[in-house]
Write a protein of this length. Structure first.
Length: 333
């Protein structure tokens, strides 16, 4: 049996549980599956949680090999695949197993890498741009001329959301716990930012000032429970709140009266656990609406640091430090 190198979680715990091992290579793809030779795979918070034993992969995916997004070239195709050919540059999402030399994915979860992106840049794109595009436009229905507030503006999803919103004609505000990240985010289209201290409610007055007292139309919350009450106060009437991250916790008190009086809409979203059919729709909209923007340089990947596969422990340390701005990428070559 053919083997390949892969990042392996040997036990649940710290970075010492990560090793590079020889594991069986995926079998030859059949039907609508594509075997991709992976060149780059970006890290996500889900990888950290999976390593700690708090976020198991969906059924059918490796519990020991992490990785939700990748860039690479088509190595083999199944008999039913028509849209891809061997050697084509692709990137995409998967439920796990991307941090390896090869991965097998459905053909309809892939998109073609624009010629202006290298492997590391391409690896930094799929998960965050698909998540941001789906949350802002497919679900929150962000419109030209509206206002958006992005929490954790310097994160991978945050920097993607800022760029996509500005490209769509929205005004973008952001928060972060680091002033430097807010300043760097201005390069990507952030109009105003606020450095949040101990009390999350501190940003509410800033939002009211930025919005002329109206509040914002959409909030993309990548932080979680600690911001729920302040988010309700910061939203405009008929505002929409998208819950994407849970770094500050999973549970918070909820003001029904405020939500009802403002007619607020609240949605939660994840990408990893969706059905294949839903992921295929997200990937198709990404290919149609976002990839052309990447090709023209209207939006671009934000790469924090690039590591070799055997430096995966250092890469996890970097992401856990909360000092990263944009994406941490592993090169699998």
């Amino acid at each position: 049996m053919l083997s390949m190198k892969a990042v392996s979680i040997t036990a649940h715990g710290g970075v010492e549980c990560l090793e590079i091992q020889d594991v069986p290579r995926p079998p030859q793809p059949t039907a609508d599956r594509v075997l991709v030779r992976v060149h780059g795979a970006a890290l996500n918070r889900a990888d950290l949680l999976q390593r700690r034993g708090h976020y198991p992969p969906p059924p059918g995916f490796s519990e020991s090999i992490p990785g939700l997004e990748f860039s690479g070239e088509v190595a083999e195709i199944g008999a039913e695949v028509r849209q891809w050919h061997v050697g084509q540059r692709v990137f995409g999402i998967t439920g796990g197993g991307a941090q390896a030399e090869y991965t097998v994915v459905p053909a309809n979860t892939l998109a073609e890498v624009p010629a202006n992106l290298d492997w590391a840049e391409a690896a930094a794109v799929p998960e965050v741009f698909m998540t941001a595009h789906d949350a802002l436009f497919s679900q929150a229905r962000l419109q030209m001329g509206e206002t958006l507030l992005v929490h954790a503006a310097g994160s991978g999803v945050g920097t993607a959301a800022i760029q996509l919103a500005r490209a769509a004609g929205a005004t973008v505000f952001g928060t972060s716990r680091t002033a430097d990240k807010l300043e760097r985010a201005r390069e990507y289209g952030l109009d105003n930012g606020y450095c949040v201290g101990g009390d999350p409610k501190q940003f509410v007055e800033e939002v009211r000032s930025w919005s002329g007292g109206k509040g914002v139309n959409v909030i993309l919350d990548l932080v979680g429970a600690a911001y729920l009450e302040a988010n309700q106060l910061a939203l405009a009437p008929k505002g929409r709140m998208m819950l994407v991250g849970t770094a500050s916790g999973l549970k918070a008190s909820f003001d029904f009266g405020l939500a009802m009086s403002k007619r607020i809409s609240i949605k939660g979203t994840v990408l990893r656990g969706r059905s294949l059919e839903e992921k295929a729709v997200v990937a198709r909209l990404f290919a149609n609406h976002v990839v052309p923007l990447l090709a023209r340089g209207v939006v671009r990947p934000v790469v924090d640091r690039v590591y070799k596969i055997n430096e995966v422990r250092e890469a996890h340390h970097r992401l856990e430090s909360n000092e990263s701005f944009g994406k941490v990428v592993l090169m699998i070559d």
